[in-house]
Design a protein around this ligand. Structure first.
Ligand code: FAD
Length: 663
């Protein structure tokens, strides 16, 4: 005989303002099988939870219904509460009378009646609930980090320093990401390479880190604690073990002659040229060249081979092929970063048409000591030092018609930095900044922008640029200063666009492979923006850095460390507990049609052979891998022979609720 306890929460005024909670409790007490019903102001508070525990003991309850907020919010809280009183946690159900009732209705009478119905449904369900035990799955204590920018580097180092093994996979020939391209970094103006390079080297030398550069993840199978990852290591055509990084090959490559090379240097964003065999930048890790087959004469017409001849270590190997490796890992950190919208993509301001209209990352390369001009600010068109530079913020951001509607978050800060660093390099130069508003929310950020204006003399003009065109070798920038109400026209030598931060191309495909949701712009989505900001809805997959949204370095590093701590938390267990609300197959009735396999979004359905005692194959049936199953129930609703049931949501439980509707 069921003895259900019903606990109605006011959620302060959230529920009580619209629902008469005392009346719902009175009604619940009249339902068959209900032994106790009560309402309370905050059921999730300590006294509220104690009230439930005491009632379970005093009334000998066999099931509990908490009518309050969404189970997303407090299911775990209340399951733990009932467990403390000795009841199996899966004998506790929640009726959502907040999000599904008080928040969406205004009529108190109708809302109270609906709350009563929701409670009645859950009482009927809980009567059919059975005690369930958590599933235990083993944990492989090795992590995969995808992306070797500052986010991936930080996450990999934190996990490795925590004593666990890490596989770091970087798509490019070197780790470093965008931070390696930066000159100095706001708000402290420390040299990006100086703080970055030691960490890159630490990654290379760390005994717990295996580094795969020039590599990509091709396939991910499995589930939290037990992923099998297929990685393609692309052929560099240079043997990493033999190469000493002497640089002979690059300096002798006929395609690399400064005046004749036509190959744009990606690291300098096209502001310089590179050979066909190259190391992307001097501090690259690993310091091993890669052959760009598309531009290499040996691969194009078989006529060169100079690099192989001059290599003293005999490391150049034209026959090298891609290698495919499989690794077992327990957790995955995605740290694939961002891209900037190219100035050409945002055509309004002449990007792609005028060589002296560049984007922020290109300006970083001009400022950088390792950049194409050795750190001197020079115009790409003629190499002259620009005496007037116009910086345009929000070029593509917050622009619904031609760009993206969101704020790229870091541009206000790096534009102030650019204006400041330009002044440091060209003392007599004048910087103008067109902006919409200044968003400088961060420690010492507003002070930094003030410094650019008040101490470094940058002229900030609040308004949008309406026209930009070339005249007599200069760029004419027309706009308005909305604060003074005056039109403005500036003849500039160089224009720098703070173009929008975008998701990496291909981030959607990666997200699909990892079964991680992503937003309309391709940024990967966290499980909960406030409470689970580094976790994803795909258990065991975590996010770090700008792959989630535009972020500066401090925020990126903080999130990477947070992701690493989640991974280390997971790896502190030998076995992991998972919710038992997963599907089970009745092997006797399963007809082996595998419709369930086709609809399962998590790849949880396996094939199981049923044999007789002599080993003869009788049939092949579906089997649910409990470690992978997320309990969505798609298989159970698809199964034509009714052989699949979702634990905790059995036919009896669901039909009991349906029968209770309208009683
Ligand atoms: C012009 C400009 C100036 C800036 N200045 C500053 C500053 O002064 N201070 C500051 O705090 N921030 C600054 N930032 C922001 C800073 O660049 C970012 O915060 C930081 O680079 C984010 O790091 P990340 O690792 O998340 O991404 P990224 O730097 O983009 O690194 C991602 C890495 O993942 C790799 N990758 C991508 N896809 C895959 C894949 N599928 N498989 C394997 N690897 C992959 C990439 O090759 C890359 O190495 C600036 C940004 C810009 C655009």
């Amino acid at each position: 005989m069921a003895r259900v306890g019903v606990f109605i929460c006011h959620c302060g005024e959230n529920i009580a303002r619209t629902v008469d909670c005392a009346r719902v409790a009175e009604y619940a007490a009249t339902l068959p099988g209900v032994a106790h019903a009560v309402d309370y102001r905050y059921m999730c508070s300590d006294p509220g939870q104690r009230l439930i525990e005491t009632a379970i003991r005093e009334h000998g309850l066999t099931g509990v219904v908490v009518a309050s907020c969404s189970p997303h919010m407090h299911e775990v809280t209340f399951r733990r509460t009932v467990a403390r009183a000795g009841l199996n946690p899966f004998l506790c159900e929640m009726a959502n009378i907040r999000e599904q009732c008080s928040w969406v209705h205004e009529d108190r009478e109708a809302a109270t009646a609906k709350a009563c119905e929701l409670v009645r449904l859950m009482v009927e369900k809980v009567k059919w609930n059975t005690a369930l035990e958590p599933i235990h799955v083993p944990v492989t204590r090795k992590a995969l980090v995808i992306g070797g920018g500052i986010a991936g580097i930080q996450a990999a180092l934190d996990i490795a320093n925590g004593g666990r093994e890490v596989i770091l996979v970087e798509k490019g020939p070197s780790i470093g990401g965008h931070m390696a391209q930066l000159s100095e970094t706001f708000p402290t103006l420390d040299c990006s390479q100086c703080i970055m390079t030691p960490r890159m080297v630490e990654v290379k030398n760390h005994p717990n880190i295996t580094l795969y550069t020039y590599a990509e993840v091709e396939k991910v199978d499995g589930y939290i604690g037990n992923f099998a990852v297929t990685i393609r290591k692309k052929a560099r055509c240079v043997d990493e073990a033999l190469c000493t990084g002497c640089g002979e090959c690059q300096s002798k490559c006929p395609q690399g002659k400064l005046k004749t090379s036509v190959i744009p240097n990606e690291f300098d964003l096209g502001l310089s040229r590179r050979p066909a065999i190259y190391v992307p930048f001097p501090q690259a890790v690993p310091n091993v060249p890669v052959i760009d087959k598309e531009h290499c004469r040996y691969f194009q017409d078989g006529k060169c081979g100079v690099c192989q001849k001059v290599c003293p270590a005999k490391a150049v190997d034209f026959t090298q092929t891609d290698q495919v490796v499989t690794e077992q890992v327990g957790a995955i950190v995605v740290a694939t970063g961002y891209d900037v919208m190219s100035s050409g993509e945002y055509g309004e301001y002449g990007g792609g048409r005028y060589p002296d209209v560049i984007d922020g990352l290109q300006f970083e390369r001009l400022l950088s000591a390792s950049g194409p001009t050795g750190g001197e600010v020079k115009r790409p068109s003629d190499g002259k030092v620009p005496e007037t530079v116009v910086f345009i913020a929000c070029a593509g951001s917050r622009d619904r018609s031609h760009g993206v509607p969101y704020c790229s978050k870091i541009c206000c800060m790096y534009t102030a930095k650019h204006a400041m660093l330009y002044k440091h390099k060209v003392h007599h130069g004048q910087a103008y900044v067109f902006y919409m508003d200044i968003r400088a929310g961060g420690k010492n950020y507003d002070e930094f922008v003030r410094r650019a204006i008040e101490e470094e003399g940058a002229v900030y003009l609040r308004g949008r640029v309406s026209r930009l065109y070339q005249k007599d070798g200069q760029l004419i920038v027309k706009g308005a200063d909305t604060l003074s109400g005056q039109p403005v026209e500036i003849a500039a030598d160089l224009v720098v666009l703070a173009t929008a931060i975008q998701a990496r191309p291909g981030s959607d495909a990666l997200a699909q492979m990892l079964k991680v949701p992503y937003d309309g712009y391709g940024f990967l989505s966290e499980a909960h923006p406030k409470l689970r900001p580094v976790e994803t809805n795909s258990a065991g997959v975590y996010l770090a850095g700008a792959c989630q949204a535009p972020k500066d370095i401090p925020e990126t590093v903080a999130q990477a460390s947070a992701a690493a701590s989640k991974v280390l938390g997971l790896f502190s267990m030998e076995q992991m507990e998972r919710e038992p609300t997963v599907s089970v197959v009745n092997e006797r009735t399963c007809i082996g049609c595998f419709d369930c396999e086709r609809v399962c979004p998590f790849g949880a359905i396996e094939h199981r052979e049923i044999r007789d005692r002599r080993g003869n194959l009788l049939k092949v049936v579906s089997h649910v891998n409990e470690g992978v199953c997320a309990g969505c129930g798609a298989c159970a609703t698809t199964c034509r022979s009714g052989s699949i049931e979702l634990r905790g949501y059995t036919d009896e439980q669901v039909f009991a609720q349906i029968a209770a509707v309208g009683v």
